[in-house]
Each structure stands twice: as C-alpha cells, then as structure tokens.
Design a protein around this ligand. Structure first.
Ligand code: AMP
Ligand code: MN
Ligand code: MN
Ligand code: MN
Length: 276
C-alpha cells in the first residue's frame, strides 16, 4: 500500500474546528493513511484520535506543536511519534498551558481597554477543555463584528505590535527539543518560511536546532511554493536533517488547506517517518 502522510493537524484540543475523531474521519476520507495530531502545547486530543484511527483503519501518530521562544522569535516545533505520557514532556507542557491561560487574561484585559469587553468569558467557553489560542480571540472579534475576517483580527488587534498583542516567553528551544527527544519523539521545525528569517538567521537557528537534537524540517506544508520547497531542501541537505510533510489543517472552512492535500517530498530528501 502507498502511504499518504499528513504530519501536522489541529483539533478542538487547541484551535482546530473538528473534534479529534471528526478530524480522523475527514483525514481518512481525504486519503490520508498516516495522520499526526499536533495540537498547540497539548496532548489532550490524542487518546480520542487514536481510538478513531483504529476504527477507521488509519495510523495515528502521536504529536504536539510546542510554542517556543528563541532569540526573541516565536517558533513552532512539532514533536512526532512522542510518548505522550513521558514525565518531562508532561511537566513542560503543563507550564506552557499556565502561560497560555495567563496570556489569555492579559489579551482580554487589553481588548477591554479598547472597549471590547467579554473576551475572556467567550474564549474560555469556546476553547472548553482545550488550549486558548489567539484564533479563539480572532473568532470572538469576528462574531462581535469588530472585524470582518480572522486575518483582520490579527492585523488590527492580535498580531505583534497591535493593541491586544501580549509578548510571551514560551519554552526555550533547548527545553522543547529535550522534552520531545526524551519522550522518544522526532523534533521538526514547523512551517520554516513563516518566520521570515534572513538566510543568516536561518543558519543560526538550524545550527542551534541540530546541536540540541532537532531532526527534521517541514519541507511540504499546505501552501508551499516550488521555490520554498527547493530552498527548504537546501537547508535539509546542509544540516543533514530529515523532511516532513504536514498540511497544518485547522478547519474545513479554510478551503485553501485540506488534510492530505500535499505535494510529494522531493526524492532526495529522507523522510522523517524513516525515524519512527
Ligand atoms: P497562538 O499560538 O495562541 O499565538 O495562536 C497562534 C495561532 O493563530 C496559529 O497557530 C494560527 O492558527 C493562528 N494565526 C496566527 N497568525 C494568524 C493570522 N495572521 N491569520 C490567521 N490565523 C493566524
Ligand atoms: Mn493554530
Ligand atoms: Mn504553527
Ligand atoms: Mn499548526
């Protein structure tokens, strides 16, 4: 059987629109044979996803996307094939969950100062037991007609330097990589082109990443251009890393990003799943 991997996706355990089981069913319908659930700073959806995957005949890879601060940049590191029960991983993400909760209160306070009350109650309700993310605030601003798109919510309120932006120190790169590797996982730099790093900074990052145990980079994401794939492949070769593929699917409402709708990994790139 030809495997079709999608190694980056979100559920209602963070800012995804589908429950873990709905996500797995959709992945199966889209032809994915191996799906990683990688919610922001939580492993909470994995049990349900695993059960749904067994029922639907697809493979579920335990994953997480860890918010990381490195040299004042916010980076996302995906951990794949982790043991979600590992103690240092669990303790580490518990700390990030506390940071998320405090940050949500601060964001809501800043919105209140802009005469937008009620955000904390709304996002708490919307997130339920899952992580509160800025996407929840964007949805709230949209529902209250303060903005007309999610993007506008980030551009006017939630993005860096905007009135409701709260600067946050997430996990250090070293800690993130240690938690993932201690839990038996493979650490992957998510969506490398999203950080807008110069070549110089990218080289500094990848040196530090490799030195602390990082093993992969997402070469193929939901919307990678051929130029981005070529560039990322060059970094992979230079640093002796493995390539990952992941849509970063959040919601069926975003018609541009679908589960499993991914270009193939260039043949010269060693796939991260060789490490599982
Ligand atoms: P957080 O980790 O709470 O800061 O939330 C980040 C999440 O917000 C990302 O994972 C995306 O899902 C979403 N996001 C970030 N920037 C944007 C943007 N410009 N437009 C839409 N969604 C965004
Ligand atoms: Mn997200
Ligand atoms: Mn991300
Ligand atoms: Mn993601």
């Amino acid at each position: 059987m030809i495997e079709r991997y999608d190694l980056h996706s979100h559920s209602t355990a963070s800012d995804g629109a589908l429950s873990p089981s709905e996500l797995v069913v959709r992945a199966q319908q889209q032809g994915v044979t191996a799906l990683a659930l990688t919610d922001h700073d939580t492993i909470q959806g994995l049990d349900e996803a695993k059960q749904a995957a067994a029922l639907n005949g697809i493979q579920l890879i335990n994953g997480i996307e860890i918010s990381t601060t490195w040299e004042n940049h916010c980076l996302h590191i995906v951990g794949l094939n982790i043991n979600p029960e590992h103690v240092s991983l669990k303790t580490g993400i518990a700390h990030l969950q506390a940071i998320r909760s405090e940050r949500a209160q601060k964001i809501a306070f800043k919105l209140e100062k802009k005469r937008i009350p009620g955000a904390y109650e709304a996002v708490t309700l919307a997130a339920g037991k899952g992580m509160i993310t800025r996407s929840h605030f964007a949805d709230f601003l949209l529902q209250q007609n303060h903005v007309s798109t999610q993007q506008e919510a980030f551009d006017r309120y939630l993005g860096q330097g905007k009135p409701a932006y709260v600067s946050t120190t997430w996990a250090s790169l070293n800690d993130t990589l240690n938690w993932i590797t201690a839990a038996g996982g493979v650490a992957v730099l998510a969506h490398p082109m999203r950080y807008k790093l110069s070549a110089n900074w990218m080289n500094r990052l990848l040196s530090a990443f490799k030195e602390s145990g990082g093993q992969g980079i997402e070469v193929i994401t939901g919307r990678s251009s051929p130029e981005e794939i070529t560039l990322t492949s060059q970094y992979i070769k230079r640093y002796g890393l493995y390539g990952s593929v992941g849509s970063d699917f959040h919601s069926p409402a975003n018609q541009w990003v679908e589960l499993g709708r991914l270009k193939p990994l260039p043949e010269i790139i060693k796939p991260v799943w060789a490490l599982f």
